[in-house]
Design a protein around this ligand. Structure first.
Ligand SMILES: Cc1cc2nc3c(=O)[nH]c(=O)nc-3n(C[C@H](O)[C@H](O)[C@H](O)COP(=O)(O)O)c2cc1C
Length: 370
């Protein structure tokens, strides 16, 4: 029996299959507002046949954006822009929709990836970044301001307000971004967090802010809807957050009402050493799943149908999240279903493309492989 195409229930939400479109920043918003690019991009993914489509990392405040072109959900204007995108997607596709909320911390105020990712100087429109400690991410880089109690309270209020907006927009799923060296994951990492107060030092202290964010968000997010989080299973850097700590963190997250953990890694330290290979982060998801008993999604170089099926069928993770493979081939789930011999209904508008009724497709494939 095929597992990848079996349903996954998270609270009252049932995903039709276990393929998740991983959140992907598009760096194409204007003043935090999504626009035409997002409609086109997200619509193609909404028709992908995946079980869940989660919107890109969306900032809870203007200074929490990675670049000046990141999407936000922090005021009425950003909410209204997102509502327009959602209205189109909802009319076109029944796919469940999620949103990832985050704050970039010391990785904020940067140029876009295709402009080099460097820090954007204040003179060119950049801004003062915030972090657990005044430590630049790279030597010689801009020094973030260490957050004080008032900053922490303001951040919690920001997450709460954005989660309320997400609930009002009727998203089906909300994910807190607590990975990749952005603000919440930098609180977890001893490499970025040198605080001596209640938010630094022991794991208990480093977890305090992320857990408080989850608690506040869970309190305003609909109790019937699943809440997820993306975490680092490892910083992949000496002295960083470890897999063992991730397992303990995950157990606490379960107690706060988290339903799904996507386990990723890295992004905290430029000196990180990652042994890249197919499914290189799957063992992290497997460990976290075992330690916490929570549903997990594996992410990172999951590219083939057989690989995805094996991850889910062997119980290493409950779902797979795909980013680059999905951008490369936004019909990935349909192609995977074909390869695995799974039932997966096309939208009626696309039915004539199904190879079972279009012998030309088989011919084309045979030509290609020959
Ligand atoms: C264009 C692009 C944008 C991304 N933006 C985000 C993001 O907004 N939030 C996030 O958690 N990860 C983001 N990521 C990371 C992916 O979600 C994923 O964790 C990573 O790419 C590994 O998965 P993959 O090998 O399937 O691409 C992004 C990746 C890409 C390629």
């Amino acid at each position: 029996m095929n597992r990848l195409f079996s349903p996954l229930r998270l609270r009252e939400l049932t995903l039709g299959n276990r393929i998740l479109v991983s959140p992907m920043c598009q760096y194409s918003a204007v003043d935090g507002k999504m626009g035409a690019w997002h409609v086109a991009h997200l619509a193609s993914l909404a028709l992908s046949g995946a079980g869940l489509l989660t919107f890109e990392a969306t900032s809870v405040s203007p200074e929490g954006r990675i670049s000046a072109f990141d999407a936000g959900l922090y005021d009425d204007a950003t909410e209204a822009a997102m509502a327009e995108v959602l209205a189109i997607l909802r009319e076109a596709s029944p796919i469940p929709l999620g949103i990832q909320l985050g704050h970039a911390g010391r990785k904020a105020s940067s140029r876009r990836p295709w402009e080099g990712r460097d820090p954007l100087p204040i003179e060119e429109g950049g801004w003062q970044t915030l972090a657990p400690s005044g430590l630049p991410i790279a030597p010689g880089g801009p020094v973030p301001r260490a957050m004080d109690e008032a900053d922490i309270e303001a951040l919690l209020a920001r997450f709460t307000a954005s989660a309320e907006r997400a609930d009002r927009l009727c998203f089906d799923y909300l994910e807190v971004h607590c990975g990749h060296g952005y603000l919440l994951s930098s609180f977890l990492s001893p490499l970025a967090n040198h605080r001596r107060d209640a938010y630094g030092g022991s794991l208990q202290n480093r977890m305090r802010l992320p857990l408080e964010v989850v608690r506040r968000v869970r309190a305003v997010w609909h109790s019937k809807k699943p809440l997820g989080i993306k975490i680092n299973g490892s910083d992949f850097a000496e002295g960083g957050f470890t897999l063992e700590e991730a397992g303990r963190f995950a157990a606490e997250l379960g107690a706060e009402g988290i339903d799904l953990i996507t386990v990723s890694g890295g992004g905290v330290d430029p000196g990180q050493k990652i042994a890249l290979g197919p499914g290189y982060q799957v063992p992290l998801a497997e460990h976290v799943r075992r330690q916490s008993g929570l549903a997990t999604a594996a992410v990172g170089l999951i590219v083939s149908a057989a690989q995805a099926e094996e991850i889910v069928a062997s119980g290493k993770a409950d779902a797979v999240a795909l980013a680059r493979a999905m951008l490369f081939d936004p019909r990935w789930p349909y192609h995977a279903a074909l390869e695995l011999g799974a039932e997966h209904a096309y939208p009626p508008q696309y039915e004539r493309a199904h190879p079972s009724i279009w012998p030309g497709a088989a011919l084309t494939r045979a030509d290609r492989s020959g």
